[in-house]
Design a binder for this molecule. Structure first.
Ligand code: OAD
Length: 270
């Protein structure tokens, strides 16, 4: 399979594998790009259908929810339906396999994601979620957790937008007069303290930081690579498109689903 890559990219994958096999503390940050090959659109993709006139940045904010809670709730109902039948792709699987492999080695992998889907968990990984969880809910006012949505209740044979009842309405909090919202970090909100602390610690202490499928535009998550670099780590980036990340030591400019299985195969063979 390595033969399918250009000679230059093949050499870079080998260089990355050698570097990774020689280090003990590895930190990985994934973004929407790792789930793209599972069929979940990234945030920089233009929205389609019902939502084509909206940017994700205009829906995923506390102000948007305060202004039009039904619109924002409906958007998340749609996103839940979109994700419900999606499964891990070879990139998620390779990462889970590597994490499993390190249980019997002296390597320590910390996997951090900005994604709110659960494809890393489905593949068998342990992961720190920085931006929350698509299936969980909480009150928008008193913050009390509210019953999670089940993935199964969204998967149906008809996955078209028409099959969602957008008039289903909002859910009132049983404890106060707030509405229930998805337990997701919106633009302008703080990241969950425990998850962020664990992520910062892993980034500051790692020897190699791998950025996979993220545009590196949204902070504070995008700052983790810089933190790692300041503390002496090498930076590897896996993304078919260029990013504003200027501190990268090894760029693997291909889809994560192509690179990750090759990279992990080489690391575990070394
Ligand atoms: P983005 O949508 O900003 O970026 C996705 C990145 O994935 C882009 O740089 C693409 O080039 C890359 N990409 C696309 N297909 C890929 C593939 N097959 N393999 C590897 N890379 C691929 O997603 P994030 O960086 O995750 O926040 O966005 C960060 C945050 O902004 C999200 O968590 C979300 C969003 O608004 C919240 O919802 C709070």
């Amino acid at each position: 399979m390595l033969a399918e890559l250009s000679p230059a990219l093949t050499a870079e994958v080998q260089r990355a594998a050698k570097l990774l096999a020689s280090k003990q503390r590895i930190c990985l940050l994934t973004g929407a790009g790792i789930s793209a090959e599972s069929g979940i659109p990234t945030f920089r993709d233009k929205q389609t259908g019902l939502w084509e006139n909206y940017a994700a940045e205009d829906l995923a904010t506390p102000d948007a929810f305060a202004r039009d809670p039904k619109l924002v709730w409906s958007w998340y109902q749609w996103r839940r339906q979109l994700v419900a039948d999606k499964t891990p792709n070879p990139a998620h699987d390779a990462l889970a396999q590597w994490q499993y492999h390190t249980q019997s080695s002296d390597q320590q992998l910390t996997l951090i994601t900005q994604n709110v889907d659960d494809l890393h968990e489905q593949a068998g990984s342990t992961v720190i979620h920085l931006h929350g969880n698509l299936w969980r809910n909480r009150c928008s006012q008193c913050e009390t957790p509210y019953q999670s949505q089940s993935r199964d209740s969204y998967s149906s044979e008809d996955s078209s937008e028409d099959s969602i009842d957008f008039n289903e309405g909002l859910i009132d909090c049983p404890h106060c007069d707030g509405y229930i919202r998805p337990d997701i970090v919106w633009f302008g909100e703080s990241l969950p303290a425990q998850a962020w602390q664990a992520a910062e610690e892993a980034a500051a202490n790692c020897e190699v930081f791998i950025s996979i499928g993220t545009s590196s535009l949204v902070y504070p998550a995008a700052g983790l690579a810089q933190l790692a670099k300041q503390n002496g780590a090498k930076i590897i980036e896996i993304n078919p498109d260029p990013t504003p990340n200027t501190i990268v030591d090894i760029t693997l400019a291909e889809k994560a689903g192509v690179i990750m299985p090759l990279l992990i195969q080489q690391i575990t063979a070394l």
